[in-house]
Design a protein around this ligand. Structure first.
Ligand code: NI
Length: 432
C-alpha cells in the first residue's frame, strides 16, 4: 500500500492535559514525531522566559505541536469529512503542516532571533526541504510533498482553505496555544469553548467560516486571546527576563567579535557569532545548551557577562518604569549620560522595550499585514464579517495597544560608597 495511506496496526495515543488524548493512526505522522528534528522541540519551551513569571510555564513546543495536530485532525476527520467543499486528498497535507508548523523554533526564539538576525520561519522551511529526517519522511509520500507542506506553513500555498486551518485569526495554532498556555500558567483567562467552535466550523473554497449560531463562542475566543496577550505574553516581568537574555547574547557576541578569550569557550555559538552558521549548527542549539553556557559564564572574567548570567540564573531581574518615548526622549539621553558617569554601561543596563498587539482586525487591503477576517455564515449561506455582527468584537477591533517600559538594575542604583550623588539623580529621574 502507498506510504501516504498506511495506518499503524494499533492507534497510538498521547495523554495530553489540554485535549485529554492525541490520536495517531497515520504512519507518516508517527514517523515524523520520531524524527530527531521534531524530538528536539521537547528541549525548547513554548513560552521562553515566561517560566520566570509563571512557574508552571515549563511546557515545550513539542506539546504544542502535537496539540495543533490534534485540533486539525479533529477538524478534518470529524467536522469536514463528509462535506462537499472539503477535498479528502488534502487531509495528510493539513496534518503534516499542523504538526510541523513550529519545527524551526530555536531556543528562547524571541531574543535569539533579534540578536542574531535569524528567522524561525526560514529554519522551518530549511528543516522541511533540507537534508533532514523530516524531509526523508515527507519525501516518501511524494517527492513534491515537502514543498507542499512548506508552502502551507509559509502561507504561499494555493490551497487557502488548508492555509487558514493553520494560520488565520482563528486557527488551530492559536486555539491550542491559548488553552495550553492558560493551563500551564494557571491563569483563568485563555479558556473558551473550543468544542463549540469546532462544531460550527465549515469549509469554504478559500477559508474556514463559522455558522452564525456559534458567534458567542468565537467572541469568547477573541476576548480570551486579548486577555492572554496582556496578562501573560506581554507580562512586564517576562519581558524583563527577555531583556536580560538578549543582553547576555549581545554581550557574548560582542566579546566574541573583540577576540576576548572565554574561560568557557562558546563552541556552540562560534559560527553564529560569525553569522555563517548552518542548519546543523542551529539544530544543536537548544535551551539546555543555552542554559549550560549561562550557568558557566557566571564565572567569566568579563564583569558584564558574568553579572548578567548570574542575574538570569538566580532570577535577579531588572526593574522597570513606564516610559513614553515620544514625550520623554530627552529624559532617556539624560539617563544615559548619568549611567555612564556612574560607571554603569547603559548599553546593557538601561533598556527600552515595547510590546504591541492588535487583537482582531477586519480586512484592510494594503496594510502591513493583511489579515483575513473571520466570517460568520447565516442560515441562508451569506457571509458576514464578525465585527459587524458582534459589538464586543467591534469594540476592540482594529485598535492597536502599545506599552513601553524602561528596564534597569535597581540594585545598582542604591546608595553605595561611590557616586552617591549621581545615583540619587538617576533615582529621582526614574522616580523610584
Ligand atoms: Ni504554534
Amino acid at each position: 500500500m502507498e506510504y501516504s495511506r498506511r495506518k499503524l496496526k494499533e492507534e497510538k495515543v498521547f495523554k495530553d492535559p489540554v485535549h485529554r488524548y492525541i490520536h495517531v493512526r497515520d504512519l507518516v505522522i508517527w514517523d515524523l514525531i520520531g524524527t530527531k528534528e521534531f524530538q528536539r522541540l521537547r528541549r525548547v519551551r513554548q513560552l521562553g522566559t515566561t517560566y520566570l513569571t509563571f512557574h508552571g510555564a515549563e511546557h515545550s513546543r513539542f506539546n504544542h505541536s502535537l496539540g495543533v495536530y490534534e485540533i486539525v485532525r479533529r477538524i478534518v476527520d470529524d467536522v469536514f469529512r463528509e462535506r462537499s467543499q472539503w477535498n479528502k486528498e488534502d487531509r495528510l497535507l493539513s496534518l503534516c503542516a499542523a504538526l510541523l508548523h513550529d519545527v524551526g523554533h530555536g531556543p528562547f526564539s524571541h531574543s535569539f532571533e533579534k540578536v542574531f538576525h535569524v528567522d524561525h520561519e526560514e529554519f522551518t522551511k530549511q528543516i522541511i526541504l533540507g537534508d533532514t529526517e523530516v524531509n526523508e519522511v515527507l519525501s516518501k509520500v511524494d517527492p513534491d510533498f515537502p514543498k507542499q507542506v512548506a508552502e502551507v506553513i509559509g502561507k504561499t500555498h494555493d490551497n487557502k482553505l488548508v492555509v487558514s486551518l493553520i494560520s488565520s485569526q482563528i486557527d488551530a495554532d492559536r486555539m491550542d496555544y491559548l488553552q495550553r498556555d492558560a493551563y500551564f500558567t494557571g491563569v483563568s483567562y485563555g479558556h473558551f469553548d473550543m468544542e463549540r467552535i469546532l462544531r460550527v466550523m465549515r469549509p469554504r473554497e478559500d477559508q474556514v467560516v463559522f455558522k452564525q449560531s456559534g458567534m458567542h463562542a468565537v467572541e469568547d475566543y477573541i476576548m480570551s486571546r486579548y486577555q492572554m496577550y496582556w496578562q501573560v505574553y506581554f507580562h512586564p516581568v517576562t519581558r524583563s527576563a527577555e531583556v536580560l537574555l538578549s543582553k547576555i547574547l549581545h554581550r557574548a557576541k560582542e566579546l566574541g567579535a573583540q577576540g576576548y578569550s572565554f574561560t568557557y569557550k562558546p563552541l556552540h555559538f562560534e559560527s553564529i557569532f560569525k553569522g555563517q552558521f548552518t542548519l546543523q549548527d542551529y539544530l544543536k542549539l537548544d535551551e539546555s545548551v543555552m542554559l549550560f553556557y549561562f550557568q558557566v559564564w557566571q564565572e567569566e572574567k568579563d564583569p558584564i557577562l558574568s553579572d548578567l548570567c548570574r542575574r538570569f540564573v538566580n532570577r535577579n531581574l531588572f526593574k522597570y518604569v513606564e516610559f513614553d518615548p515620544a514625550k520623554e526622549y530627552r529624559k532617556h539621553s539624560e539617563l544615559e549620560a548619568l549611567f555612564k558617569k556612574a560607571d554603569i554601561d547603559p548599553e546593557y543596563y538601561l533598556v527600552f522595550d515595547s510590546s504591541s498587539d492588535l487583537p482582531y482586525d477586519f480586512y484592510r487591503p494594503g496594510e502591513e499585514e493583511e489579515r483575513l477576517p473571520i466570517y460568520l455564515m447565516t442560515n441562508q449561506d451569506e457571509l458576514r464579517e464578525l465585527s459587524r455582527e458582534s459589538s464586543i468584537v467591534d469594540a476592540i477591533s482594529g485598535k492597536r495597544r502599545t506599552d513601553h517600559k524602561l528596564y534597569f538594575p535597581a540594585d545598582f542604583l542604591k546608595d553605595g560608597s561611590t557616586k552617591r550623588n549621581i545615583k540619587r539623580q538617576i533615582r529621582s529621574l526614574l522616580d523610584i
